[in-house]
Design a protein around this ligand. Structure first.
Ligand code: PRP
Ligand code: URA
Length: 209
C-alpha cells in the first residue's frame, strides 16, 4: 500500500499560506515553490539506503555513511513541475533530470502527452516525480504509468497541494508509489480546480496570466 505523507512542518504550512494568496507575485511564488520542494525532499528521501565508508578526519580514521548507489532521478511534469526541480537538486545534486510534458485538456480534464525525455538509465534509478498540483490525479497517474512503462520501479510522487479526489485515484492506480503532499485541500470545483488551492500553478510560476 502506498505511503501517503501529508507534511506537518510549520515552515511548509507557513510557506503554503503565502503562495495561496492571490496577490503573491510571480517571483515570490516561484521562490517559495522551490523552498517547499526542498523541504518536502527532506521527508521524501528519509528512507534512502546508506552504506558504510571508511574515512579519515583530520583527527582519526572512522566509519561514516554515504548514499548507497546514488542512483536518483527527478522528473518534473511540465510545466508547473519545473518549479520544484531546483529545490530537489539543491538537496540531491547528483540526481539526473527527466521531463514529462502533459497538459490537462480543459474540457475533458484528461492529460495529453506532448513530451517525454528520460535519463537512459532511468529504470535503474529511484525516481522522484514532481508536480505542485494533484487535482483529478489524471496527470500524475499518466506520468507514473509512463515511467513504469520505461522500467522504473522505485517511484515517489511529490506535490504541494492535493485534492482528496486525486489522492484516491493515485493510491488506487499506483499503490506501490509513495505520495508526499504539502497540504491536503477540501475538494475540486466544477472546472477541476482545487479548492481552496492556489489557482493555476503553471501560470503563477511562469507569469502567463
Ligand atoms: C496542472 C498541474 C498538473 C495538473 C493537475 O498542469 O501542474 O500537472 O494540472 O491536474 P490533474 O491532477 O487533474 O491532472 P496543467 O495541465 O495546467 O499544465 P501546465 O503545468 O502546463 O500549466
Ligand atoms: N491544476 C492547477 O494548476 N491548479 C488546480 O487547482 C488544478 C489543476
Amino acid at each position: 500500500m502506498a505511503r501517503v505523507v501529508v507534511m506537518d512542518h510549520p515552515l511548509i504550512k507557513h510557506k503554503i499560506g503565502i503562495i495561496r494568496r492571490k496577490n503573491t507575485g510571480t517571483k515570490e511564488f516561484r521562490d517559495i515553490i522551490s523552498e517547499i520542494a526542498m523541504l518536502e525532499c527532506y521527508e521524501a528521501t528519509r528512507n534512502l539506503q546508506l552504506t558504510d565508508v571508511d574515512i579519515e578526519t583530520p583527527v582519526a580514521r572512522t566509519t561514516s555513511q554515504e548514499l548507497k548507489g546514488k542512483k536518483l532521478a527527478v522528473v518534473p511534469i511540465l510545466r508547473a513541475g519545473l518549479g520544484m526541480v531546483d529545490g530537489l537538486l539543491t538537496m540531491i545534486p547528483a540526481a539526473k533530470v527527466g521531463h514529462i510534458g502533459l497538459y490537462r485538456d480543459p474540457a475533458t480534464l484528461e492529460p495529453v502527452e506532448y513530451y517525454c525525455k528520460l535519463p537512459a538509465d532511468c529504470a535503474e534509478r529511484e525516481v522522484f516525480v514532481v508536480d505542485p498540483m494533484l487535482a483529478t490525479g489524471g496527470s500524475a497517474l499518466e506520468a507514473v504509468r509512463m515511467l513504469k512503462e520505461h522500467g522504473c520501479t522505485k517511484l515517489h510522487f511529490l506535490c504541494i497541494i492535493a485534492a482528496p479526489e486525486g489522492v484516491k485515484a493515485f493510491t488506487e492506480a499506483h499503490p506501490d508509489v509513495d505520495l508526499y503532499i504539502g497540504a491536503l485541500d477540501d475538494h475540486l470545483n466544477d472546472h477541476g480546480y482545487i479548492v481552496p488551492g492556489l489557482g493555476d500553478a503553471g501560470d503563477r510560476i511562469f507569469g502567463t496570466k
